[in-house]
Write a protein that binds this ligand. Sequence first.
Ligand code: A3P
Length: 509
Amino acid sequence: MLLRHRKEFWWFPHMWSHMQPHLFHNVSVLAEQMRLNMLFAQEHGIPTDMGYAVAPHHSGVYPVHSQLYEAWKSVWGIKVTSTEEYPHLRPARYRRGFIHSGIQVLPRQTCGLFTHTIFYNEYPGGSKELDKSIRGGELFLTVLLNPISIFMTHLSNYGNDRLGLYTFESLVKFVQCWTNLRLQTLPPMQLADKYFQTFPEERDPLWQNPCQDKRHKDIWSKEKTCDRLPRFLVIGPQKTGTTALHSFLSLHPAITSSFPSPVTFEEIQFFSGPNYDNGIDWYMDFYPFPSNVSTDFIFEKSANYFDTEVAPKRAAALLSRAKILAVLINPADRAYSWYQHQRAHQDPMAINHTFQEVVTAGPASPRELLILQRRCLKPGAYATHLERWLHHYQPSQVHIVDGSQLRSNPALVMEGIQRFLGVTPIFNYTQALTYDESKGFWCQRVEGGRPKCLGKSKGRKYPDMTPESRAFLTAHYREHNMELLRLLNRLGQPLPVWLREELQSSSWS
Ligand code: A3P
């Protein structure tokens, strides 16, 4: 009968045999299964070009199983789906939409009808519960409080006591009787457009750890695990010695770094930019499977996390228990090092302007010059950036590394870091590192006691900063450094040597 009346329905492709997409790791096998569904539709003349699909138990939709998104696009050209699981099933009022891989994911609401609720008199708690929900209860409030609601009544409710029809006819009557709301229905693609026009801020997802929600864990591929996520992050900022720290950490037998990215100078830069759109499958592929989950410390270093506005929120959503390492040097030296870095990369602004011109450039200066100025100065407002991280992480999760000490006495700094991380055994960096006179930096000690140093781009040779620029930056950062002093005192963290010196010198001047 359904097939006879097929033109009166909006059909959407479900999974073949109600199978769960997250059980398939191979995208071609998954796509093959979907094609069975397509053949069935074609054989029976079922129109299925709605661009909309859902998956059983939300499997693969959220947490995102990238294979499902790929198969949906290639087999059916799916553009819209819906789920109750983003960010979590409960509380229902927090459900949101997002867009991933070109597919618009709409939040779906719960209407109280499921595959097993098919008889009015056998409704859980009695039929009065369903009627209560419709007449001013949960279902009514859902429609009242959400400008756009999507429900799934399940096909079985159209047979038996036709609870789907009963529920929604009664709901519409009740809403029209007691409110001024004008109800309207739209096909999925138009609805999705309308949804993201109404809630444009929901377009970008916020990925969370699939293993921290029991329901999510149940529909998370067993082949993926959640162990391929870092236990700590080195967040930067750039030019403070983060590469040296990364290389020292990697010497530790229990610490493992992410694989290098071929694109972004080895760093993954997931939380700070467009890579985030690739989703967590992409991110996890940068990590090995830890050989021992409880003792292995995997980490990544992306030095632009520190001062990127969205990074702490994104990092905390996925890695709420991670520890955070930030390396701070005198922000004036950091600014100058960035300027030298840009000169070495042939940035015309850095080549054609002195450092003094860059840092003192007024607002009417050329745009490129102001961009360079911003990259020199902005990350150095340390307290502002740290406050953002501390908004999302407990103080006990955040460790400030004194970058000048990392440079002069790395073994001591590395000992402190190991204690903060709680990594065992404590690795002896006094033996592992050696000072290289010609490089002027500490390097790894390799066979025969020879030093293996970082490349030419780390620890460059350039003239000292002019006293004029030093004075300008000391004044520029005075208030920021005072803020940092207050922040570190509040946290009970020791003051970096350079901060004490800088505040002493600025109070003399
Ligand atoms: P310069 O090249 O301006 O001296 P990052 O790795 O975060 O980009 O930081 C680079 C800076 O790390 C270098 O800046 C250098 O001063 C500092 N650094 C600290 N310890 C180092 C080490 N052991 N080897 C090389 N550079 C080190």
